[in-house]
Design a binder for this molecule. Structure first.
Ligand code: AMP
Length: 426
């Protein structure tokens, strides 16, 4: 399903396009339509599935099409400040072309932040992302006004209960108007989550995103690289790892074309496949690949699902795919049937955080192979690094843009009149 099918507000579509989202991930496809219809949701989905945008987009869409004036429209409650910051940054990226306001409210920050948070809570912010304890601190002061609130989102609800936030969540809910839409996301669905759901959700739509894990027989490895080291590393892999059929995946067709050109120039027998080719050309390329006449193919994700060629024994991800499911599908092209296979992923600085989410999704850390000495130093792998430090989120469409000049890495935005996205964008 493409994002154009959801009929989102034009300024939201601009943010989606600038984030390079084209098709919805499975969880987005399942939850966005019922949320747009006003239904409550209970969804089991993990980090890496695109769950954040799955709730942010329909919530933002409603706040854009039916704006509130000076009130809090949506409250997103999450277990940790890291998650609060991450969601606030995601929100800022997607809302870059809108006038929606947002703020992250979490514990451990200083008194100045508390004042900014108070101001936002009093004057209204379209979306508030918070950790429970800090929100309780504000609620106890008596100035918080949630009268017009339309959405309550509980993200990583199982973790919140594991961390002992049950009472805090109950207290927060007691301050909310009864007539609101509730969206509950949880990686797991133990009985305590079901009982929370029975108490707060009204006739919810239930969505289950099965956790897909790659088969154990696929050997997964990764190189942590600078962007300019990618092609030499690929050449090194192709030279040192014997293969019958190898597939290299790139997220963009421009990259497919450029990489194929460079490999050909270096004398490698290789073809490319992407959506610019006619159907007949694609079939032609695929059959030369399947027959082994051309052992190496560079492809966009059009090949990441479905292709079933038993002799593929090597997959290389030129970049980290945007969602975990795509990663599983890409590397699942190797080790089909009885065969074994190896999958390498090149992780640039910009992709480290994304790869961290994928490792969470598949439940294991992928072995990192040192880059060959002749390529010099490589970056350190630190997927949790805050984006301002040169890392993981730079270059993801507009994300990071609104943060500039709005107080650094925290993803928070000052309260009151100055926290409109456009206004801060500079
Ligand atoms: P999440 O599961 O919400 O942590 O998202 C995982 C990653 O997928 C984030 O980097 C998102 O920016 C990215 N993402 C979410 N939805 C899409 C989409 N439809 N297309 C491409 N990337 C996406």
């Amino acid at each position: 399903m493409r994002f154009t099918d959801f009929n989102f507000h034009p300024s939201l579509m601009e943010g989606i396009e600038a984030s390079h989202y084209e098709t919805a991930t499975p969880v987005q496809e399942k939850v966005i339509p019922p949320i747009l219809e006003g239904r409550d949701i209970i969804a089991s989905a993990q980090t890496g599935t695109g769950k954040t945008a799955a709730f942010l987009l329909p919530v933002m869409n409603r706040l854009l099409t039916e704006p509130l004036d000076g009130a809090v429209g949506a409250l997103i409650v999450v277990p940790t400040r890291e998650l609060a910051i991450q969601i606030a940054q995601h929100l800022e990226g997607l809302s870059y072309f809108t006038n929606l306001s947002s703020i992250a409210i979490y514990g451990g920050s200083d008194a100045q932040n508390f004042v900014a948070e108070k101001k936002a809570l009093q004057m209204g912010a379209d979306v508030i992302v918070c950790t429970p304890g800090r929100m309780i601190a504000h609620l106890n002061m008596g100035y918080v006004n949630f009268k017009q609130l339309r959405f309550l989102v509980l993200d990583e609800a199982d973790r919140m209960l594991d961390m002992g936030f049950q009472d805090d969540i109950n207290k927060i809910i007691n301050h909310l108007p009864a007539n609101r839409q509730n969206l509950l996301f949880s990686a797991t669905m133990p009985e305590k989550i079901r009982s929370l759901a029975r108490r707060i959700l009204l006739d919810p739509v239930e969505v289950n995103i099965a956790i897909s894990r790659p088969p154990d027989k696929i050997v997964q490895r990764a190189y942590v690289v600078y962007e300019q080291q990618k092609i030499p590393v690929i050449q090194h892999i192709l030279k040192t790892i014997p293969y019958k059929n190898a597939l290299i995946f790139c997220s963009r067709k421009q990259t497919v074309k450029e990489l194929t050109r460079q490999l050909k120039r270096a004398g490698t027998v290789v073809e490319e496949i992407h959506s610019d080719l006619e159907q007949s050309q694609r079939e032609n390329v695929l059959s030369t690949f399947a027959s082994g006449r051309v052992p190496l193919l560079v492809a966009t994700d059009i090949l990441s699902r479905g292709i079933d060629i038993d002799t593929i024994d090597l997959v290389i991800n030129y970049d980290v795919p945007s969602d975990g499911e795509d990663y599983v599908h890409r590397i699942g092209r190797t080790a089909r049937a009885e065969a074994d296979g190896t999958a390498y992923t090149l992780i640039s600085e910009m992709d480290q955080r994304k790869f961290g989410s994928i490792e969470q999704l598949i439940g294991k850390e992928v072995d990192k192979v040192p880059v060959p000495d002749f390529l010099g130093a490589a970056p350190v792998y630190d997927p949790k690094r805050k984006s301002s430090g040169g890392g993981a989120q730079r270059g993801r469409g507009p994300a990071g843009g609104p943060n500039r000049g709005s107080g650094g890495a925290s993803g928070r935005r000052s309260g009151g009149g100055s926290h409109r996205s456009r206004g801060n964008a500079g």
